[in-house]
Design a binder for this molecule. Structure first.
Ligand code: PTJ
Length: 248
C-alpha cells in the first residue's frame, strides 16, 4: 500500500480503502461502493472498530444457521469482493455454502471480473452469470438470481445489502443473515440475524464459530439460533453508536 507505514494508527482503515480503490481500478467495485464504505466507516468509528459482544453472538448464530441449512448461499457484491475475497472463499469451502455474485449496479463485465477475482483466491463454481430467476417484488437488477443459487437457498448471507431485497428474501421464507454496520438500516432491522459489525471482522468471526460448533447436534445448533436475541443485538449497537462504548 502506497507509502503508509504499518505502524500508522489508521493503517487497517487505510489498507481497506486501498482495497476498494483497487477494486474500482479492476472493475470489481462500483464508485458508489466508496460512498457506502464511508458510511460504514463512520459507524465503525463510533463502535471503536471492535466487534460488540452481541455482534459476536450474532456471528455464532449465523454459523449455526449455515451449519443447519440445506442450501446456504453467500451473496457477494463489489465491496465484499474487494474487502474479503479470501475469507469468503474460506467460509464457502468450510461450510459448503455456495457463492453467488449479485450486484445492485449490475453489468455482466463486473460480474465476470468479480468471479475471476474470487477464482484467483481459490474459488470455483461461483454463480451469478446465469441469473435467470427473479426475486418477486424487486424492480432493480438485484432481483436477478441463479435458479440453483440465491433463488433456491434456504439461508442467505447478505453483506452490505439494501433493505428491499432482505425484505423480499424474508417474504420468500428464507433465513437472512445480514452484515451491516448500520443497525438502523432496513436490512439490519429486517434480518433474521443482524450482524452489526465490519465485514472484515464478521466473516472471520463466523468462520471461527463454525469451526467451534460444527460438531454439535442439530438440537444444540437449533438452540443457538433460538437463543440469539436479535432485538438485543440491534439495541446494544444503537446504544453504543449514540452514547459511546463506555455506556455499554
Ligand atoms: O457492488 P454493488 O453494485 O452491488 O453495490 C454495492 C453497494 C454497497 C454500493 C450497494 O449495495 C449500496 O449502495 O449499499 P448501501 O445502500 O449504501 O448500503 C451499504 C450498507 O453497508 C450501509 O448501511 C453501510 O453502513 C454498510 N457498510 C459499508 N461498509 C461496510 C458496511 N457494513 C459492514 N462492513 C463494511 N465494511
Amino acid at each position: 500500500m502506497g507509502n503508509i507505514p504499518s505502524d500508522h494508527p489508521r493503517y487497517t482503515s487505510l489498507l481497506l480503502r486501498d482495497r476498494l480503490i483497487s477494486g474500482i481500478q479492476n472493475g470489481i467495485t462500483s464508485q458508489h461502493g466508496l460512498i457506502a464504505h464511508g458510511r460504514g466507516e463512520s459507524f465503525d468509528y463510533l463502535l471503536s472498530e471492535r466487534s460488540l459482544p452481541t455482534a459476536n453472538q450474532a456471528a455464532r448464530a449465523a454459523a449455526a444457521h449455515i451449519t443447519l441449512a440445506k442450501n446456504p448461499v453467500i451473496s457477494v457484491n463489489g465491496n465484499s469482493a474487494a474487502l474479503v475475497p479470501a475469507e469468503i472463499v474460506t467460509l464457502s469451502e468450510l461450510t459448503g455454502a455456495a457463492v453467488e455474485v449479485n450486484l445492485f449496479h449490475r453489468t455482466e463485465k463486473r460480474i465476470e471480473s468479480i468471479i475471476s477475482h474470487l477464482n484467483s483466491h481459490g474459488a470455483s463454481n461461483v454463480k451469478g452469470i446465469s441469473a435467470t430467476s427473479l426475486i418477486p417484488g424487486i424492480s432493480h437488477d438485484r432481483a436477478k438470481v441463479a435458479p440453483d443459487g440465491l433463488y433456491a437457498a434456504d439461508v442467505v448471507l447478505v453483506p452490505l445489502e439494501d433493505g428491499d431485497r432482505a425484505e423480499a428474501f424474508n417474504k420468500m421464507g428464507k433465513t437472512t443473515l445480514v452484515i451491516d454496520l448500520n443497525p438502523l438500516s432496513r436490512s439490519s432491522q429486517l434480518a433474521t440475524v443482524p450482524i452489526i459489525d465490519n465485514i472484515t471482522r464478521a466473516i472471520p468471526n463466523i468462520i471461527s464459530h463454525f469451526e467451534n460448533i460444527s460438531h454439535l447436534s442439530p438440537k444444540e445448533l437449533m438452540d443457538i439460533t433460538i437463543n440469539f436475541d436479535r432485538e438485543a443485538a440491534l439495541e446494544e449497537s444503537e446504544r453504543v453508536i449514540r452514547n459511546g462504548i463506555n455506556k455499554l
